[in-house]
Design a binder for this molecule. Structure first.
Ligand code: SF4
Length: 382
């Protein structure tokens, strides 16, 4: 039975009933404070109500050479451009040592889709990292890169992932999800991985026990129906992965499109704070099988990210010692955060901050008093 009026629909969501496509699309037309109240209540029920989590990690982009040429990407280069690069293993190790020094637990390592690198570059890189940095988890290679590997190396995704796992791969980031409707994808990036391939590759990863995360980017000019379709496809995949493999997406991360320095500048609308918070709330309600919803401070800034903690989000993402992709396209002016900043965001909002691992399990409660102690010595000494 479909809820026909707004209040009945919100009551249905609050009762924990699963919503249909039409009902999810309808949520976008209801007053945001009402939708947010339901989303926040569901967040309190589905996760520790007192805790807001964050991860200490680092993004590493091993190469910016890419042959996909997405219209919304300001990061990629062709191999003929002067600032095209491929990092060597020691450069990557240096970055990981900086992460280890601040207690980090994982790297998120992605490139462009570089047609010039041999498969050995990836397997030897994984082995090098595991050998020199055994405590660091390696979550690497988006579905788009795995699709590229299929074409470049003549192997299918199951074989590729077997070889990468054997070399040390721990997980596959769900980057490239954007809006998983091919009409939207075709306009934003004609050569971009199709939604069926995105799910196919992540399904293989989940079947093999790898960590995965689901993602969404709004602001391409997509309709509410297309956003609802995106969420439903993710919900369906999560049902399947949990049922068949006992290994679904660890969480859901959502951000808004950044278009500065890209071919979509002035063409795609992006998303305002209201729209972003609305999408967090709708995702929390729609994704009844994913307890962890992450807000994005690089795309919307610290203040909107903090507000999102009352719209369904329970996680502040990560410190990201380094970020190159969102920042190349504008972002919100900040591309790394300190533990102190993330702790303060959580504490001021009334939550207990906790450092987590990739699976959203708490590994440490930081010393809040020590971290937030005012330090005026620098000013006094000036
Ligand atoms: S978004 Fe990724 S796949 Fe697309 S051009 Fe940029 S680096 Fe390449």
């Amino acid at each position: 039975m479909s809820a026909t009026n707004g209040q009945a629909l919100l009551d249905k969501a609050l009762a924990g009933e699963r919503l249909s496509h039409a009902e999810i699309a309808r949520l976008y037309t209801l007053p945001l404070p009402d939708v947010a109240a339901v989303a926040h209540e569901l967040r309190l029920r589905r996760t520790d109500p007192n805790v807001v989590t964050f991860l200490i990690d680092r993004n590493i982009n091993y190469s910016n050479v890419c042959n996909v040429a997405c219209n919304f990407c300001a990061f990629y280069r062709t191999d003929r451009q002067k600032d095209a690069y491929v990092l060597d293993y020691e450069q990557i190790s240096h970055k990981i040592r900086e992460l280890e020094a601040v207690g980090g637990t994982r790297i998120l390592m992605q490139g462009g889709v570089n047609p010039n690198l041999p498969f050995d570059y990836y397997t030897e890189l994984l082995r090098h990292i595991k050998r020199h940095h055994p405590t660091i988890r390696i979550e690497a290679f988006s579905p788009e890169e795995i699709l590229g590997f299929e074409k470049f190396f003549g192997m299918d995704a199951p074989r590729i992932l077997d070889l990468l796992i054997e070399a040390g791969l721990d997980g596959l980031p769900g980057a490239g999800g954007e809006i998983l409707e091919d009409d939207v994808r075709a306009k934003a990036a004609p050569a971009r991985i199709k939604s069926a391939d995105w799910f196919r590759i992540l399904d293989v990863a989940q079947a093999k026990g790898l960590y995965t995360i689901s993602t969404m980017v709004i602001g391409f000019g997509e309709t509410y129906e297309q956003r609802a379709s995106h969420l439903l496809k993710i919900r369906d995949q999560q049902d399947k992965a949990l049922r068949d493999y006992g290994n679904g997406f660890a969480g859901f991360a959502m951000w808004s499109l950044q278009t500065a320095n890209t071919r979509l500048a002035g063409k795609a609308p992006g998303a305002t704070a209201h729209e972003y918070l609305q999408q967090i709330a709708v995702a929390r309600i729609a994704l009844d099988n994913q307890p962890n919803i992450q807000t994005s401070w690089p795309a919307q800034g610290f203040k909107v990210a903090q507000t999102a903690l009352f719209y369904g989000a329970n996680d502040l993402g990560s410190t990201m010692l380094e970020e190159n992709v969102v920042s190349a396209a504008g972002g919100h002016g900040r591309y790394s955060a300190t533990v102190r900043e993330l702790v303060r965001i959580a504490v001021d909002a009334g939550f207990t901050p906790a450092q987590r691992n990739s699976y959203f399990q708490v590994i440490k409660y930081p010393d809040v008093e020590e971290l937030l102690k005012p330090n005026l010595e620098v000013v006094a000494g000036d």
